[in-house]
Design a protein around this ligand. Structure first.
Ligand code: HEC
Length: 448
């Protein structure tokens, strides 16, 4: 019976605990916890409404998860940008002044929101521990947790469509999820070990090594996962390193410093030094990671045959531009770093530009042919109510279920199907090369 082929994890809930039967009957291979497997289960049980509600519910989880991730990310990066700026902008107090005697190593004055502020930084720590000390950590943890939830909701729950591209590597859902999670764990482990070596103390050289390792990870991931998922996992890996730095190094170091002070001892400066090293890395990671988090909107980057190289270049541009701002806070305005960053981005944009389309008047493709291909290969997803499990609405808002809509989107269809070969996503509907050629000839012949 087909319903027992289901590995729907929710069947336990809907079947009063008879999930074991579902697992035993006919399940072969990997039994991954994939929610979309519930759709055929519900459909087979004539619970179509439940299947639709499940998809719809996950769409809301997606929305709320993304919203939360954005908010916590802003809070984290915002606070961290502010402290980097503060650290770079403070100036030592006047020699012999009261502040200097108190052990203040730098201070500044700022005006914001109608008030004057006068932050002061202590070289090591104030003589006495203040009553209330503000810590900054939950922004980081909440960003990671909400980001991880998004990985599950967007990629792992719908691995066939979102994580795997058979043209890249024919993995099973469980294998692809393993690659994704493995990247996070291995990434952090290697990075953390390297930071603890002597090499970790050399700022510039070590930065280059970390960069090359991340590019290597991008190379490997783009050869195992779909381009979009590979990009996102490079970002998630770097985000994990950033949060790992906060959770495993910066905060524990600060705890030890505070504990030493409470015990009346002078804190060991090594904790401050270690924290600083990680904080510098986090600072240079921010722009690359933020690009990756929005990259899923820009198929021209992650769908390119050399997508890993594109990512490497855009990350380098981000680092260069960040470097400019870090120097500028210290009153060193070095425009060459902005020029370099912009030049790289411009170079990438030119390199990725679509090839000019050769209009072949001779090509005589009947529109009915194109419509038939689109109906078979695209409309399962690109309709107001997609039949494809896991899609609640037409992806990217593109509907192709009417002739006028196909013509309206002709250029985008051509780009996605012929030039980028990005659609059908993960080639789920198994379009053939010949069908791509038909769409190509139709567009090149004027898309009539
Ligand atoms: C399995 C579902 C699925 C199938 C089948 C599918 N698509 Fe898509 N399509 C998507 C998703 C998901 C997106 C959004 C991708 C994104 O946001 O990166 C998308 C986006 C698009 C876009 C907009 C891309 C852009 O950024 O401009 C176009 C155009 C498109 N698809 C065309 C097609 C065509 C043509 C076919 C058939 C040959 C097709 N799709 C088949 C899921 C699908």
């Amino acid at each position: 019976m087909t319903i027992f082929n289901s590995i729907c994890p929710l069947s336990a809930v809907f079947d009063n605990g008879r999930r074991e039967t579902a697992y035993r009957g006919g399940m072969s291979g990997t039994a991954s916890l994939i929610l979309w497997d519930c759709v055929p289960y519900f459909a087979a049980k004539n619970k179509i409404m439940d299947a639709i509600l499940l998809t719809y519910g996950l769409e809301w989880l997606n929305l709320l998860g993304r919203w939360l991730h954005l908010i916590t990310g802003i809070a984290w990066i915002g606070a961290s940008f502010y402290f980097v700026w503060l650290d770079n902008s403070i100036r030592p107090p006047k020699a012999g002044s009261e502040l200097e005697r108190q052990g203040v190593s730098g201070e500044l004055w700022a005006i914001h929101g109608g008030g004057f502020y006068n932050p002061q930084k202590y070289l090591l720590a104030p003589k006495e521990l203040p009553e209330t000390l503000h810590w900054f950590k939950w922004e980081a943890y909440a960003t990671w947790l909400s980001g991880f939830a998004m990985l599950i909701i967007v990629y792992y729950a719908n691995a066939q469509a979102m994580l795997i591209d058979p043209a890249v590597a024919n993995l099973t859902s469980a294998q692809a999820i393993g690659v994704g999670l493995g990247a996070l764990v291995i990434g952090w482990t290697v990075y953390d070990l390297l930071c603890r070596t002597k090499l970790g103390q050399t700022e510039g050289l070590f930065g280059i090594i970390i960069y090359l390792l991340i590019v290597l990870a991008a190379y490997v991931l783009t050869h195992l996962l779909s381009g979009r998922a590979a990009y996102l996992h490079v970002g998630a890996m770097m985000g994990t390193m950033m949060v790992g730095n906060v959770l495993m190094v910066i905060i524990p170091g600060q705890r030890k410093m505070v504990a030493a002070m409470s015990a009346g001892q002078t804190p060991d400066p090594i904790y401050g030094k270690r924290g600083k090293q990680r904080s510098v890395h986090n600072n240079y990671f921010t722009l690359p990671v933020l690009f990756i988090m929005i990259s899923n909107h820009y198929g021209m980057t992650y769908n390119h045959p050399y997508n890993w190289l594109v990512l490497a270049a855009i990350m380098a541009a981000g680092v260069s531009i960040r470097h400019f701002f870090n120097l500028r806070h210290r009153e060193r305005v070095e425009w060459r770093f902005v020029v370099l960053g912009v030049a790289i981005l411009l170079g990438v944009a030119i390199a990725l530009a679509p090839k000019p389309v050769v209009r072949t008047a001779a090509a005589n493709v009947d529109f009915a042919q194109v419509q038939a291909i689109v109906a078979q290969r695209c409309v399962t997803c690109h309709a107001a109510n997609p039949a494809q499990p896991g899609f609640a609405t037409a992806p990217a808002g593109v509907m192709l279920d009417k002739p006028e809509l196909i013509r309206l989107h002709a250029a985008r269809v051509y780009q996605q199907v012929v030039q980028l070969k990005a659609m059908p996503i993960g080639n789920l509907t198994q379009i053939t090369e010949q069908e791509r050629a038909v769409i190509g000839a139709w567009f090149e012949g004027g898309a009539k």
